[in-house]
Unconditional design. Structure first.
Length: 578
């Protein structure tokens, strides 16, 4: 308390020296973009400089002695060039079997309808656990699975990119801490004195939280901390927008950050064991539908969408948490992906989810779900034709909705013509675009914006809010954060250990990107304003929880050494391959 009183007294002294306040704020307007760029360059360069080297988990020995590397936990074997392991013998089908490795180092093989079937040690099997050295017959072609040698293991260990080795995460986190301290300092100069204490305490708690997570992951021998640092960078900007508009809401958002990190760690624990994660899919399927049904029954309609449940003095948007359930349901292992029944079941589940969202009139969230569904459907089927057919059918259904939901039609009428509807449905976007223009490249200074007096300024219009107070440069860096995470996911997908992790990470990245596009483009009238939040930045606890949950799927798919949740580590911090 004594420290807080000292800081408040110091703040009063600065406020009495108006010229000093103006000088500090002017300098910080130019310092913030430089610091932000420095932080992002370090994070992004660390993420994107890794080599896409495949991990070798075993060898498949063919009759002629050829050794084929097994580079995934799930490997499609067949004659087709699209298979993970191509065995070019005419008796094999194009897609013949799936060879699977489990977390404990055990293996199995599954027959997926290949011509000639699958036999292990002379016995026909549709699914069978196998050991190193067993004779596997696919379409009459005999082969065996052999372990990697100690030499192979050591060579792979030396060649693989080590997370956080080239660009150390601790100095980057120190830069972020400086960024946060300067943010709190400027807010203390410009907001009402009554809110200064709350702002300083909550920013101090945020700094302590990010360092606690850093040391916690380090204790677990995880050396990559880039995506977490970028998340905290975005959260810092979100905290500043809340402090500028209503500092009293900041503590609630901090609590949601804490809960979000707990969800992130719990999901990381679930995803660490692939078998456990696959079993949880069924719980997630029921939970996702249950959340949406509860919203329909108990929800409150706000701005035309019935997507909020109020409990006491708190509110929750269950559709945000349903995103995590949806990804769990959509992610699948290779032996299930090749089964059409499973794809049809997922399509039916997705249709039910979108129907429930339509009944809630939450079409912005429905669009996010639908885009994630398209990505998952393509990754599971590999068929552009099927995805195109789904898009066409959905477009037809969307045109019908415009005729039965007048308020949606009004939003589309204002789309691209916000200035013609400046006093009605285009009012928010007109205000947002004027504030973006007034902020320029370096902003008006934290707490000095006007957009905070417009409804939904710190949620739906947060890109404009940041542009006005921080400047367009910092606002665009928020977008770069999300884009860099998504690019990292796409780039590392080809060497992913399991299709479950690949699909989960790609779907999570898709949701983050689509939300960002809808939020930014809706603000500047390039798309209709849909009421979708900007991940980690927009004010809202449900969005914060979901954003941390999505980050867990991305973390699990990280193939850099000692970075992922998914691989067990030895006491020395090395990955255990068997």
């Amino acid at each position: 308390m004594y420290l807080l009183q000292t800081l408040q007294e110091f703040g009063r002294f600065l406020r009495d020296s108006e010229w000093l306040v103006n000088a500090c704020c002017t300098v910080l307007r130019f310092v913030f973009p430089v610091l932000a760029l420095w932080i992002l360059v370090r994070c992004i360069s660390s993420l994107l400089r890794f080599r896409k080297e495949p991990e070798i988990w075993g060898w498949l020995t063919l009759p002629d002695g050829t050794l084929l590397p097994v580079t995934h936990w799930e490997n499609l074997i067949g004659r087709a060039n699209s298979c993970d392991i191509v065995v070019d013998y005419p008796t094999l089908s194009k897609s013949h079997a799936v060879l699977t490795r489990y977390d404990d180092g055990s293996w199995s093989i599954s027959d997926i309808g290949g011509r000639g079937g699958v036999a292990v040690n002379g016995k026909s099997e549709s699914f069978c656990a196998i050991n190193f050295g067993d004779v596997i017959s696919l379409g009459g072609v005999e082969m065996s699975l052999e372990p990697v040698t100690q030499e192979d293991r050591e060579e792979g260990y030396l060649e693989r990119t080590k997370a956080g080795r080239r660009v150390r995460p601790a100095p980057t986190l120190l830069l972020l801490t400086l960024f946060q301290l300067l943010t709190a300092f400027e807010l203390g100069l410009n907001i009402d004195l009554q809110g200064v204490g709350t702002v300083l305490l909550d920013f101090a708690a945020l700094i302590a939280l990010e360092w606690l997570l850093f040391f916690g992951l380090k204790a677990l021998r995880r050396s990559g901390y880039e995506i977490e640092t970028m998340a905290f960078f975005l959260i810092t900007i979100g905290f500043a927008t809340i402090s500028s508009g209503n500092p009293g809401l900041l503590t609630k958002q901090l609590i949601c950050v804490v809960i979000g990190i707990v969800i992130y760690l719990i999901l990381g624990w679930l995803l660490r064991d692939l078998e456990r994660a696959k079993k949880f899919r069924y719980v997630a399927a029921v939970g996702g539908i249950g959340l949406l049904l509860a919203t329909i029954v108990f929800g409150t309609e706000i701005y035309g969408a019935k997507n909020w449940i109020f409990i006491g003095g708190f509110s929750i948007q269950p559709s945000e948490l349903a995103k995590l359930c949806f990804i769990f349901v959509g992610a699948s292992t290779m032996d299930r992906i090749v089964t059409k029944r499973n794809l049809i079941s997922f399509i039916a589940y997705s249709a039910v989810v979108c129907l429930l969202l339509a009944l809630m009139s939450d079409f912005g969230t429905a669009l996010v779900f639908f885009t994630a569904f398209l990505v998952i459907a393509f990754l599971r089927s590999g068929s552009f034709a099927a995805v195109s057919l789904i898009v066409t059918a959905t477009g037809f259904a969307g045109s019908l909705l415009l005729s039965v939901k007048p308020y949606i039609k009004r939003r589309f009428e204002a789309w691209g013509h916000a200035w013609d509807y400046a006093q009605t449905s285009g009012y928010q976007q007109v205000c947002a675009m004027m504030c973006i223009a007034s902020g320029g490249l370096f902003g008006l200074g934290l707490g000095n914006g006007w957009l905070k007096y417009v409804a939904a300024s710190d949620t739906d219009l947060v890109f404009a809010f940041v542009s006005e107070e921080w400047g367009l440069l910092v606002a665009l860096m928020m977008v770069v954060c999300i884009a860099a995470i998504a690019f990292f996911v796409v780039r590392s997908a080809s060497v992913a250990r399991s299709s479950f992790y690949t699909i989960g990470a790609c779907a999570a990245a898709t949701i983050l990107v689509v939300q960002t596009i809808l939020n930014v483009f809706g603000t500047v009238d390039l798309l209709p304003l849909t009421g979708v939040t900007f991940p980690f930045v927009s004010n809202g606890g449900s969005s914060m929880l979901a954003s941390w949950g999505l980050l867990a799927f991305i973390k699990a798919a990280d193939t850099r050494q000692n970075a992922s949740f998914a691989v067990r580590l030895s006491r020395e911090g090395e990955e255990i391959h068997e």
